[in-house]
Design a protein around this ligand. Structure first.
Ligand code: ATP
Ligand code: MG
Length: 290
């Protein structure tokens, strides 16, 4: 069943100086099921943070609709929106400084959102926090303060903080931007593990293409639109086989993602081969490209 739905989501910012409207999202269509782990991959300025902020209820769209678990977020009043942010959404950002309070231990950091929420009694808070730290492989690190943790450990603590109030969805904005490859891989593995064990819905936005092959559902965002859906067909068979769904506008224009262009050696021309109703795109090499 569809759990998260974005319908024709548009967000315009007004540039302070020139007063010109900047479209950050130009009609995002998105749907996800409960328990999905989704990566939305896009370059800088493509609208990733804007999308996260709208789903989180930090900001409101210019038009369009967001539905989470049957509730139309875009129709909530300010008070309801605050409640939505506090109770239904867990957030994880790129910088540990944004996720954690520096002079609190990891355990206290995970307990803090529960304290503010008031849903669990104190003893329960501690138990939950210890459990969550264990879930992210930091069962022994509860008494450490953020500066005593590695970048990856701090980010894993951040995941536990995001999960503290048992949100409906965890929204992560470039969660591995500060981390090296090995640590990034480990963080993705934790996302997968928690997604599977807790059945939580995770939405990660990132510029990191490696998420594409490591998550079950990956989409691309470009210039404020979801342009492609990428599915690893069966990672056990081959990581090389994949499907890509690309947005085609009314004039037939489409944009082939940079990494695919590079990998397939596509320059300025492609040949479209029609066979039995299927169109295959083939890179043109040779004369045309001289
Ligand atoms: N508050 C704002 N006022 C004006 N324009 C904004 C504002 N926030 C974002 N934008 C513009 O909206 C577009 C999308 O921004 P957004 O921050 O969502 O991109 P992003 O994909 O998160 O980029 P990055 O990878 O660099 O974080 C950009 O062109 C940006 O300049
Ligand atoms: Mg951003």
């Amino acid at each position: 069943m569809t759990f998260l739905e974005c319908n024709d989501l548009i967000k315009l910012y007004v540039d302070e100086q020139s007063k010109i409207q900047v479209p950050a999202l130009r009609g995002v269509e998105l749907s996800a099921n409960e328990g999905d782990l989704i990566a939305i991959i896009g370059p800088s300025g493509s609208g990733k943070s804007t999308l996260i902020n709208l789903i989180a209820g930090i900001d409101r769209p210019s038009s369009g609709e967001i539905i989470l678990g049957g509730e139309i977020i875009t129709k909530l009043n300010e008070k309801q929106l605050t409640q939505h942010r506090r109770e239904r959404v867990g957030l994880l950002y790129q910088l540990p400084e944004r996720n954690l309070i520096w002079n609190l231990t990891a355990l206290r950091n995970v307990m803090l959102p529960m304290k503010l929420n008031g849903r669990w009694p104190r003893e329960e808070q501690k138990k939950r926090a210890l459990h969550l730290l264990k879930d992210v492989g930091l069962g022994e690190r509860g008494h450490h303060k953020p500066h005593q943790l590695s970048g990856g450990e701090a980010q894993r603590t951040g995941i536990a903080v995001a999960l503290a109030n048992d949100p409906d969805i965890v929204l992560a904005d470039e969660p591995t931007g500060e981390l090296d490859s090995v640590t990034t891989f480990k963080i993705i593995e934790y996302f997968k593990l928690l997604n599977k064990e807790l059945g939580k819905t995770f939405l990660v936005v990132t510029h990191d293409n490696r998420f594409a092959n490591m998550t079950v559902k990956a989409m691309r965002i470009l210039d404020g639109r979801i342009v492609g859906l990428h599915r690893a067909i069966d990672p056990r068979i081959s990581l090389d086989i994949r499907e890509e769904v690309i947005f085609v506008d009314d004039h037939g224009n489409m944009r082939i993602p940079d990494d695919i262009r590079k990998e397939a050696g596509i320059k300025n021309h492609v040949q479209i081969e029609m066979r039995n109703g299927f169109a295959t795109i083939i890179p043109v090499r040779g004369d045309l490209e001289k």
